[in-house]
Ligand binder design. Sequence first.
Ligand SMILES: C[S@@+](CC[C@H](N)C(=O)[O-])C[C@H]1O[C@@H](n2cnc3c(N)ncnc32)[C@H](O)[C@@H]1O
Length: 208
Amino acid sequence: MAKRSLKAYEDVLLRPEGLAGAVDFEEIFGRRGPVHIEIGSGKGTFLLAQAGHAPDVNFLGIERANKYYRYAVDRIGRWGLANVRIIRADAARFLSEHVGDSAVDWFHVYFPDPWPKKRHHKRRFVSGSNMAQMVRCLKTGGVIQIVTDHTDYFEEIQKAIEAQGKRLDTIAFTPAAGSGDGELTGTNYERKYIKNKRDIYSIAVRKG
Ligand SMILES: C[S@@+](CC[C@H](N)C(=O)[O-])C[C@H]1O[C@@H](n2cnc3c(N)ncnc32)[C@H](O)[C@@H]1O
């Protein structure tokens, strides 16, 4: 069967070229509204379900890999979801250069690359400094939800949260709209890991 070509829907993609300083989310989405950022949105499965479920929320997916970014843009565009934008960027850099203080309501970080080899741990997204970045970008009352299948990465994530001290309170995890029975996020990786019977760890915190 011939491979379907992916369409670069201009209304969905947010081009990193030309961005200078903090982005104006109201301008990007053409309206006011809560801003949810998904880091490492992969094929866009979470965004697709969640944006359909919460049309009043503005969703931005940040995806570094061109292959997944293109796939997700095509998918969101075909579904005609007007409340989603996707940018191809390194999330750490995008947050530090283009997201202002107290601009974001939620961060969703589902199955971030675990980089299992010790010498690669420094490539992991959820580090002390990126946690501090997310907290800076969050509004008071804003939430960070993280899910991983890696025990030692989860320990590192918990340490990064603890390092924020009283700025973050642990709260109950809110399952995603697209999650089925026994799922938290309904993403492709979660489904794969559940099938492989891997343990899954999750945490949700609120900025006080
Ligand atoms: C293991 S996959 C998980 C994808 C999806 N969240 C899921 O649960 O199915 C991790 C994704 O994060 C992306 N990624 C890794 N590091 C990133 C970074 N620094 N900035 C943006 N995306 C990143 C990868 O390209 C990949 O698509």
